[in-house]
Design a protein around this ligand. Structure first.
Ligand code: NAG
Ligand code: NAG
Length: 289
């Protein structure tokens, strides 16, 4: 298969996002974090690995990680973006497929082979984590089909977990476009005033009394990135499915339904560079296939 070719020229990218904790409580959490930092030799949850789970036989698109986008395989773009995240000590691709592994080694990525029996990305991350030689406190699950992922967003979810010792999981949201309000494929999120997730839904939350999308409400769109406390990752994959999770078909709900805390970081889109717009157009074409 000649699907994979790699080129090393990296596309010019501007910083287009800033990432914030949403929170009023950030200052307090940061103070606790800072104290922990000063009090110990090592920062809380300081050892961080980014894992990009990738399989060949995606349900919707065979060989999707290897598809070329403007001259580079999708997985390479995702990996290159991830390498720019300052909080990651190590980035690995976890796959069960030799074609993907060869391609990734070709552009310089570390690859962990995982079994074919992994049913999903979370399981694959968990298996990869066990196979890694070093120990990590935090695992970021970076979806292989997110070639536009902003390193700042990766850093945002990692830092969210580092300043919130009571959370086991963190994720990111951005502003929801009003026209996407009623699209069940856009997952909405609501958070408390300290930036902890209250709920995720495919339906519009909060629901306006009028039954319409309120153009003035700052709805939040969930982004496909998660980080876990590494001890929790094992627990997570063993948690039985829960009613809300099954009804919405949203994996992360079982974390909340089991009473665990999840920290949410908010990313604001500032402006897209030309190159980035071009990339995102190509990506949409691929996704529509
Ligand atoms: C619902 O949305 C409208 C705007 O469409 C807004 O004026 C109103 O305050 C919102 N909330 C309620 C409870 O109606
Ligand atoms: C992955 O599979 C495990 C069971 O093996 C399950 O507990 C978990 O909910 C699944 N996660 C996703 C993302 O579907």
């Amino acid at each position: 298969m000649a699907m994979c070719s790699s080129s090393s020229s990296s596309s010019s990218s501007q910083k287009t996002w800033i990432v914030h904790g949403i929170v009023a409580g950030t200052a307090i959490a940061a103070a606790i974090g800072a104290r922990a930092y000063l009090g110990r030799s090592r920062k809380f949850r300081s050892r961080v690995v980014g894992i990009i789970p990738a399989r060949y036989a995606s349900s919707r698109f065979e060989g999707k990680p290897l598809v070329q986008i403007l001259g580079k395989p999708m997985i390479q773009r995702t990996w290159e973006r991830s390498k720019l995240a300052a909080t990651l000590d190590h980035v690995v691709v976890a796959t069960d497929d030799e074609r993907i592994a060869d391609c990734c080694r070709g552009f310089g990525a570390d690859v962990i082979m995982t079994s074919e029996s992994c049913r999903n990305g979370t399981e694959r991350c968990n298996e990869a984590l066990e196979k890694l030689e070093k120990k990590y406190d935090v695992v970021v699950n970076i979806q292989g089909d997110e070639p536009l992922i902003e390193p700042e967003i990766i850093d945002g979810v990692v830092k969210a977990l580092q300043v919130a010792p009571d959370a086991v999981f963190s994720t990111a949201v951005t502003s929801l476009k009003p026209e996407d309000g009623l699209d069940p494929n856009r997952v909405k999120c609501v958070v408390d005033n300290r930036g902890y997730a209250i709920y995720f839904s495919r339906g519009l939350i909060p629901y306006n009394k009028s039954g319409k999308v309120n153009p003035d409400f700052p709805y939040m769109l969930h982004l496909g990135i998660q980080s876990f406390d590494s001890k929790f990752l094992k627990v997570y994959s063993e948690l039985q499915p829960t009613p809300l999770q099954l009804e919405e078909d949203l994996e992360q709900l079982k974390v909340l339904e089991n009473g665990y805390k999840m920290k949410v970081t908010q990313a604001f889109l500032l402006k897209a560079s030309k190159g980035r717009k071009e990339l995102s157009l190509r990506l949409e074409n691929i996704r529509e296939k």
